[in-house]
Design a protein around this ligand. Structure first.
Ligand code: HEC
Ligand code: HEC
Ligand code: HEC
Ligand code: HEC
Length: 425
């Protein structure tokens, strides 16, 4: 490994030059955005010259396999995501571990089919196998770059195409194009709704391309009721907090599904990792990017550094823990475990309250024991309480990204649920 220190020197020299000469280009949508590189992260690695690769694939998306010969280490680490098949290889079914969702999600697919997230290589298999209904192509928004490129070429009408028709045309799971376009080495925001929402923020250096690239999918989104286009419920970093998102949905009267037992029009939150990490109370926002904690730098057999594309928990990345996190954290795994136990414990306690509201509300509607006015008040409290609870429940870090925000949301959910239960007597 004797070349390693030399390479690091070269890498550091690269950074210095990058900083001096105005850093590398970040491209979002159709806009070129400049961003300075940060020392201490993957960005330190000098990027090999981007080769031209031509392809016959759909809409010109160069596949991961076609990049293999140019970036063998990155490709191998990207393929390693196929080893992520769930906890200890056993994929958790939340319908079994958290049976409360059978009641509170009743009326939508997640009440009977909701399994743990696994590696990026499986996105197309998973969407084919799920028993949740999926009629339109918009369900493929976060599953394949082939669809993303089609939206970029043909516009938002693609989102409302028939699912089966679209599925027949795609074959690449989440891959290089999603985060780099056809130019690995630059970050390209390829998903139109994210470029729309975050272009100005990236231009103003308020958020890194290595955060927004993940946020293209790890976000709360909704399908526009008129066009069915995948959309985000905010347009800047200043209104991505749960209160603003709920206000946005309530103002437009947005309904994801109607609960079968109570007839309440509910909001179904989806994996808001971007919103928790960039939200108020996040300790490490601005200091780290998603890539710093979930990718990191590795070294090949020759000792050359490369950006590790195996997306893992930082707790499973020993080098990262030892070299970086341990500077300030004596025992990060224990700290994270304590946060997650506290948060998931409270999630269960509050989902039990939501089930109680559901059962009592359905009974009150049946018996006509409460006035319409009171029933409507309870319905609205139920909708809002479940929103705040869901914002924490479906977030994949289980409190680790921003424990303060998770606690706040659970406090709000609990207070609203208590009010509803008081009205139900
Ligand atoms: C989910 C998003 C994502 C996917 C998919 C992805 N990358 Fe990356 N890639 C990143 C991020 C984030 C960085 C780090 C950027 C930074 O922090 O400077 C990066 C860095 C890179 C770099 C520059 C760093 C270096 O080591 O030279 C190259 C080259 C690269 N990726 C190639 C690829 C290739 C080839 C593929 C497909 C096999 C791929 N990437 C797939 C997100 C992605
Ligand atoms: C194009 C959409 C897309 C992009 C971009 C994307 N992801 Fe994902 N990610 C997904 C989907 C979908 C899944 C779930 C796959 C499944 O379960 O089949 C997932 C799963 C994951 C998992 C596994 C979760 C688990 O519990 O094991 C991790 C970790 C992850 N992503 C991190 C990232 C990071 C970090 C980035 C940015 C560098 C990123 N993702 C960018 C769509 C995306
Ligand atoms: C420069 C010091 C420093 C470094 C380096 C550092 N952290 Fe932290 N981290 C903190 C502080 C301060 C807090 C807040 C106090 C606490 O909870 O310990 C924190 C909190 C956290 C939390 C809990 C967040 C929450 O909302 O409760 C996680 C998770 C975390 N850090 C992960 C990491 C990871 C992963 C690394 C390495 C990539 C890392 N930290 C490196 C200082 C640091
Ligand atoms: C400071 C470090 C840090 C940053 C930055 C960070 N995360 Fe995480 N993330 C964590 C920790 C810690 C966990 C919990 C890991 C565990 O349970 O083993 C986690 C869990 C996750 C998970 C669940 C996967 C798993 O292995 O449990 C996903 C998906 C995820 N993060 C996505 C993101 C995205 C997207 C971003 C950027 C918007 C991001 N993270 C930024 C530390 C970080």
């Amino acid at each position: 490994m004797k070349n390693k220190s030399l390479d690091i020197c070269m890498a550091v020299l690269g950074i210095v030059l990058l900083v001096i000469f105005g850093a590398s280009a970040y491209v979002t949508g159709h806009t070129q955005v400049m961003e300075s590189k940060k020392v201490g992260s993957i960005s330190e690695i000098s990027i090999p010259e981007v080769p031209e690769v031509t392809t016959d694939r759909l809409n010109g998306v160069v596949s991961a396999a076609e990049w293999e010969s140019h970036y063998p280490d990155i490709y191998a680490s990207y393929m390693k995501n196929a080893e992520n098949t769930g906890h200890g290889g056993m994929r958790i079914s939340y319908v079994e571990t958290d049976p409360d969702i059978q009641v509170i999600y009743d009326g939508m697919g997640f009440s009977f089919d909701y399994t743990e997230a696994i590696g990026h290589n499986f996105t197309l298999n998973d969407i084919a196998e799920t028993t949740r209904p999926h009629k339109l192509a918009n369900c493929l928004t976060c599953k394949t770059p082939d669809m993303t490129a089609m939206v970029n070429a043909m516009g938002k009408g693609v989102y409302s195409m028939d699912f089966d028709e679209m599925y027949a045309q795609v074959s690449e799971p989440v891959s290089c194009y999603n985060c780099h376009g056809n130019t690995p080495g630059t970050m390209v925001i390829t998903h139109d709704y994210m470029a729309d929402a975050m272009n100005d923020e990236i231009a103003a250096s308020r958020v890194s391309g290595s955060v927004v690239s993940c946020a293209q999918c790890h976000i709360e989104y909704y399908f526009d009721p008129a066009t069915k286009a995948t959309s985000v419920p905010y347009d800047s970093l200043d209104n991505l907090d749960p209160d603003s998102i709920l206000a946005f949905y309530n103002k437009m009267g947005f309904v994801d599904f109607t609960n079968k037992n109570t007839g309440v029009g509910m909001i179904k939150v989806q994996h808001p990792e971007f919103e928790t990490f960039m939200g108020e109370g996040s300790v490490h926002k601005g200091m780290y990017t998603c890539a710093d904690c979930h990718m990191g730098v590795s070294y090949n057999e020759k000792g050359d550094p490369y950006a590790n594309h195996f997306l893992s928990s930082p707790l499973e990345n020993e080098a990262l823990l030892k070299d970086t996190c341990s500077m300030c954290h004596a025992d990060l795994p224990a700290q994270v475990k304590a946060i997650q136990e506290e948060i998931t414990g409270r999630e269960k306690q509050i989902s039990a309250m939501l089930v109680e509201i559901n059962t009592k509300l359905a009974a009150a509607i049946d018996s006509g024991s409460l006035s319409e006015d009171v029933i409507n008040q309870i319905k609205s409290l139920d909708r809002d309480a479940q929103f705040y609870w869901d914002f924490v429940y479906v977030e994949n870090a289980e409190g680790a990204h921003n424990s303060a925000l998770s606690r706040q949301c659970l406090d709000k959910a609990e207070a609203l649920a208590k009010q509803a239960l008081a009205l139900l007597g």
